[in-house]
Design a protein around this ligand. Structure first.
Ligand code: FPP
Length: 253
């Protein structure tokens, strides 16, 4: 692809983009359509944007498709989202396999409809990690606080079994960042570099709190169904101008 940089050559070190897919409801309301029509258009846009991501050599994207708080929405809207996800995981599967898109899903999947759970299992198994050009991490029934609690629970259980096996010094060793990260749903994805929030709200909404500790956050009023290739270029250009110091000082100081 002309102009595309290989990841290894990317000067901006942009490896992981996270997007909050916000604004579908407003997009639909503006047109006198139902909110579900807005989610449908949001899903179409994701199809289009996945193609574009492939050309950019960005290896990881995370997409906030359904939060742990979204259960508060009307049942019809929620079941519309499951339908779209089922459709995506089934109908786009071959395309993902052919194009090297690995489907990963992060979140508490046990509460999802059985059909969606099996569509996810098949999609992530068939789109192998090894030759992936792009990992698309769908965050579904995802919330960062839930994720961190889940990770802490797993670590506690591991420590208990170490203790029971008489490995006392391992059982009481302090938990470090690497260990906690490895228990997050998103593991082994790297930290988020750029978080994009279409729809104009300046909130993180319980999305990838741990992983975005040093992410640059780009907010745009453009609604997700209208967030196209040009808008993504704009966000990346903005990101490239940021001076990421990670708590240190800039090179020019
Ligand atoms: C937020 O917009 C969006 C959601 C809660 C759902 C996002 C889901 C999709 C894009 C479809 C899922 C399917 C695939 C294939 C990813 P909102 O409803 O809060 O919009 P509003 O703020 O304008 O009301």
């Amino acid at each position: 692809v002309p102009g595309a940089e290989k990841v290894s050559e990317r000067k901006d070190n942009l490896k992981h983009i996270a997007i909050i897919l916000d604004g579908n409801g407003r997009w639909a309301e503006k047109r006198g359509l139902s909110r579900s029509e807005g989610h449908k258009e949001g899903a179409h846009n994701l199809d289009r944007m996945l193609e574009y991501f492939l050309t950019l050599n960005i290896p990881y994207i995370s997409l906030y498709a359904f939060s742990t708080e979204n259960w508060k929405r009307p049942v019809a809207e929620i079941s519309g989202i499951w339908k779209l996800l089922n459709h995506f995981f089934k109908v786009r599967l071959d395309h993902c396999v052919k194009n090297g898109i690995h489907i990963k899903v992060s979140g508490d999947l046990s509460k999802l409809p059985k059909l969606t759970q099996s569509a996810i299992r098949i999609a992530s198994a068939k789109t192998g990690k090894s030759k992936a050009r792009l990992t698309a991490n769908f965050c579904i029934n995802y919330g960062s606080r839930n994720e961190i609690l889940h990770a802490a629970g797993e670590i506690v259980n591991e420590r208990i079994s170490l203790f029971k096996n008489g490995k006392l010094s391992d059982a009481v060793k302090p938990v470090n960042e690497e260990e906690l990260s490895s228990h997050l749903y998103t593991s082994p994805l790297p930290d988020v570099d750029l978080m994009i929030r279409p729809g104009g709200e300046s909130r993180i909404s319980n999305f990838l709190l741990w992983q975005s500790a040093y992410a640059e956050i780009y907010v745009t009023p453009v609604l997700w169904p209208d967030f196209n290739e040009k808008e993504l270029d704009k966000a990346i250009r903005w990101y490239k101008k940021r001076d990421r110091r990670f708590g240190g000082l800039s090179d020019t100081v």
